[in-house]
Design a protein. Structure first.
Length: 169
């Protein structure tokens, strides 16, 4: 699949074992997977926003450093699937099973914000009411920002202060 261009592609009843989708051309990459065998597939570093996986076997697939924002995993088997530094904002896993996600290594607003908001019952936050992050602009917002800075110029412009206190949920 090296350099293949997949734009508005639909895979139906396919057996795609170990396919390296990460080697495809990223430009306008978009796909829909329905009833597919995708064991050992690699989606490493792809932008898969709003991708739909329906009744797929994704055992041991690699989604490391992938942007899955708004994607849907409907009735999918995700046993031993790798989610490492993956953007999982607003991803729907409700009907899927066998998945394991480390919230410290992945961006999961659908879990972290609602859980953390429960510690502040007197705040008026959308995530307390609907159970998922709403990207609110509330002055009481409790969400954190994660920034990665590389090659900052001029040197020593950014200072990092570490707090030796458990502030998480």
């Amino acid at each position: 699949m090296k350099s293949a261009a997949l734009r508005d592609s639909r895979f139906l009843n396919c057996k795609l074992l170990g396919v390296r989708f990460d080697e495809c051309n990223e430009f306008l990459f978009s796909a829909h997977f329905e009833n597919c065998m995708l064991k050992f597939a690699s989606f490493h570093k792809l932008k898969l926003k709003q991708t739909h996986f329906q009744t797929c076997n994704l055992q041991e697939a690699d989604f490391s450093e992938t942007d899955l924002t708004g994607s849907i995993f409907e009735t999918c088997d995700l046993q031993r699937t790798l989610f490492d530094h993956t953007n999982l904002g607003k991803v729907d896993f409700r009907s899927s099973f066998n998945y394991s996600i480390d919230p410290e290594k992945n961006r999961i607003k659908t879990i972290a914000a609602p859980m953390n908001s429960k510690r502040h019952p007197n705040f008026n936050l959308p995530c307390q009411k609907i159970g998922i992050c709403y990207d609110c602009r509330s002055p009481q917002r409790i969400c954190n920002t994660w920034s990665i800075n590389e090659k900052s110029y001029p040197k020593h412009r950014i200072k990092i202060i570490l707090i030796d206190e458990d502030l998480g949920y």
